[in-house]
Write a protein of this length. Structure first.
Length: 144
């Protein structure tokens, strides 16, 4: 099982955060996330999850996080940018209570701890990540 997260930014550098209905009380704010479907690339998972949860169209950038996770699953995260002309539409009310754009230094209370370094563009060692527009290898990561 692969958990996929999108670190979606707008042209002003703000990040898309969602208040998730089924996440723990007090830690409901976080990045768009979901599970990869069989045969789907992880980049496709980001696009699908963001569209399903917010109606927003995104363009996926570089892989920014790859790690083994809870109960032997893999966790990955990609930078993404809001596609030109796209805006937050109808929210998936079964999963999402609220959505908004936030500056990385002005986050709402209750952001999932593990998402804060991704939002701030830091690795687990606190190093800054590159820009979304930087050159990246031409490879697609796919669910088994």
């Amino acid at each position: 099982m692969v958990g996929v997260t999108g670190v979606v930014r707008d042209p002003d550098g703000r990040v898309l955060l969602l208040r998730h209905r089924m996440w723990p009380e007090g830690k409901q704010w976080g990045l768009p996330s979901g599970y990869a479907k069989r045969g789907e690339t992880f980049e496709q998972t980001v696009v699908r999850e963001v569209r399903e949860e917010t109606g927003l169209e995104v363009e996926v950038g570089e892989l920014v996080y790859l790690r083994s996770g809870f109960q032997l699953r893999l966790e990955v995260a990609y930078e993404a940018v809001c596609a030109p002309g796209s805006s937050i539409g109808r929210l998936n009310s079964l999963e999402i209570l609220e959505a908004g754009w936030f500056a990385p230094d002005e986050l709402p209370d209750g952001v999932m701890d593990g998402h804060v370094p991704l939002i701030r563009g830091e690795t687990s060692a606190g190093e800054r990540r590159g820009d979304v527009g930087e050159e990246k290898p031409d490879r697609k990561h796919q669910a088994a």
